[in-house]
Structures are given as C-alpha cells and as structure tokens.
Design a protein around this ligand. Structure first.
Ligand SMILES: [Zn+2]
Length: 96
C-alpha cells in the first residue's frame, strides 16, 4: 500500500482508527488535492467558476423563470426573500 501523501513525498497522516488520510495532513497538500480533484471533475478549481458551471446556472434559471432571466437577483420572489431575510436580521439584531 502506498503510504505517501498524494501531493508531496511525506507520509500520509494516520487517523486514530488506523485509516489514512489522502495527504500528509499539511494544509497546503489538502488544498492542492481538493483543487486537483475539482480540476479533474469540473475543469476548474471551483465548480461555479467553470464555464460549464456558469452555463448550468444560466440554463437552470432560463428553464425555471424564462429567457430574460440570467441572474437570480432579477427574480421577483428572490428579491422578496432577500428583503425578508434582511428584516429578520434587523429585528433580531435590535432585540439582542
Ligand atoms: Zn503532503
């Protein structure tokens, strides 16, 4: 069994229950591995930043709300929801 970190040459981190992490436990390695996984899966470090992700979001919006909606903030109920959330926080903030 390969005991090396997926990113560097250090040994993989061992958990208390005797299983191994995919990396040595170093934050840099963990982040790099996550980025690599996303690049493999989505072609970009973050799914929503990839062209495919953006297209998906647009298509979903179009299908649900019509052709001229390209952003959630254009949807009336989202505007209302935002306002409700704002009021909720204001209310609870005052009463703290
Ligand atoms: Zn490492």
């Amino acid at each position: 069994m390969n005991n090396k970190c997926a990113i560097c040459d250090n040994k993989r981190k061992q958990y208390k229950n005797n299983t191994f992490a995919k990396t040595c436990g170093n934050k840099k390695c963990i982040i790099t591995l996550r980025k690599n996984t996303n690049i493999k899966k989505y072609g970009h470090v973050c799914n929503l930043h990839s062209e495919k992700g953006k297209e998906q979001v647009k298509n979903t919006l179009k299908n649900r709300y019509g052709n001229n909606i390209i952003n959630v903030s254009q949807i009336e109920c989202v505007k209302k929801l935002k306002e409700t959330v704002k009021q909720f926080y204001l209310y609870h903030h005052k009463n703290l």
